[in-house]
Design a protein around this ligand. Structure first.
Ligand SMILES: Cc1cc2nc3c(=O)[nH]c(=O)nc-3n(C[C@H](O)[C@H](O)[C@H](O)COP(=O)(O)O)c2cc1C
Length: 304
């Protein structure tokens, strides 16, 4: 049976619902010799800031039961080097390339987008709002609806491309943040980022991460984030992109069933750099096996 895996995220049409998640897929180019990037729904590049960032001290990663902790410290080449050195090579691919963006002030977010607006080859922006606002005492943009509205509306004003907003999972009421982002112009919401966490080596009595604390990802977080996608999908009318702990086609279906239009895959690429491509193949096979011919049959089809 023929399965049409294509999906729409707002005005953006994707060949299939599976994208690589920011920070776990480099700038995409690092994977080009391993997999055919054109077969992905798309990929989100490592978070870009106005100036290059060297990142956090080692160790930056550690395994935890059913998960992984990271504290990379948002290392990146900076938006201008991305445009000059990475984007020209990325333009040869047909797949959707999404730029993940962050800053420590509204002006910084806006400036990063302005630099990208002058360049061709991007399908959308994804705002990472899990960053501290240095002007407002370090409170994260994504933990307060007023700050969320401020950064999203300023970004919206300078963007001609679709604007996705990636939410933080560690908030009291994620729907309040989701509604604030959509009311301020978000075209889609990405749910969600990693969960603040830590791991300790009881022998050395040290944290297992150079930055002491980090973000938890992988299968351990899937039930938590699945619930958030369920809540957000019911609170807003824009498409939701779900991610957290996806390892197999069944996981993808679960996210679609609770309302996601597409998904992203992060930690699985650390286990196997070809995992994301295997997922595209196995999703197609799984759908054919159970007579699902298009993704809209799954989206939001959670039974009561
Ligand atoms: C090593 C690493 C680096 C990450 N860097 C970013 C980043 O730069 N920007 C961002 O929005 N999310 C970043 N994330 C979060 C992932 O994109 C994703 O939201 C999270 O890992 C949950 O998905 P997963 O369980 O499939 O990994 C990073 C995650 C990891 C593991």
């Amino acid at each position: 049976m023929a399965v049409d895996l294509s999906v729409e995220v707002g005005s953006l049409k994707l060949a299939n619902p599976i994208l690589a998640a920011s920070g776990t897929f480099g700038y995409g180019l690092e994977f080009a010799h391993l997999i055919d990037l054109n077969r992905l729904g798309g990929f989100v590049v490592k978070g870009l800031s106005l100036e290059p960032i060297e990142g956090a001290p080692a160790p930056r990663l550690c395994e935890t039961p059913s998960g992984m902790l990271n504290a990379v410290g948002l290392q990146n080449v900076g938006v201008r080097a991305f445009v000059a050195e990475k984007l020209p090579s990325l333009r040869q691919f047909r797949t959707a390339v999404i730029a993940n963006i962050f800053g420590t002030s509204v002006d910084e977010y806006v400036e990063v987008i302005r630099v990208l607006e002058d360049a061709e080859g991007l399908a959308a922006y994804e705002l990472n709002i899990s960053c501290p606002n240095v002007k407002k005492g370090g409170m994260q943009y994504g933990t307060d609806p007023v700050l969320t509205a401020e950064v999203v509306s300023a970004s919206r004003k300078v963007s001609r491309r679709p604007l996705w907003v990636k939410l933080s999972p560690l908030v009291t009421d994620i729907t309040a943040i989701a509604v604030a982002a959509v009311d301020s112009g978000a075209d889609a919401l990405t749910v969600a980022n990693t969960y603040p966490a830590m791991a300790v080596d009881a022998v050395t009595r040290k944290s297992r991460l150079g930055s002491i604390t980090g973000g938890l990802s992988g299968p351990a977080i899937k039930p938590l984030t699945l619930r958030l996608v369920h809540l957000v999908s019911r609170a807003v009318k824009v498409p939701v992109i779900g991610l957290g702990g996806i390892e197999c086609a069944t996981d993808v279906c679960e996210y679609l069933l609770v309302g996601a239009s597409a998904v992203q895959v992060g930690t699985s690429s650390f286990v196997d750099p070809r995992a994301i491509l295997h997922l595209v193949d196995s999703l197609e096979k799984r759908c054919a096996d159970v007579n699902i011919s298009k993704m809209s049959e799954l989206r939001g089809a959670l039974g009561t």
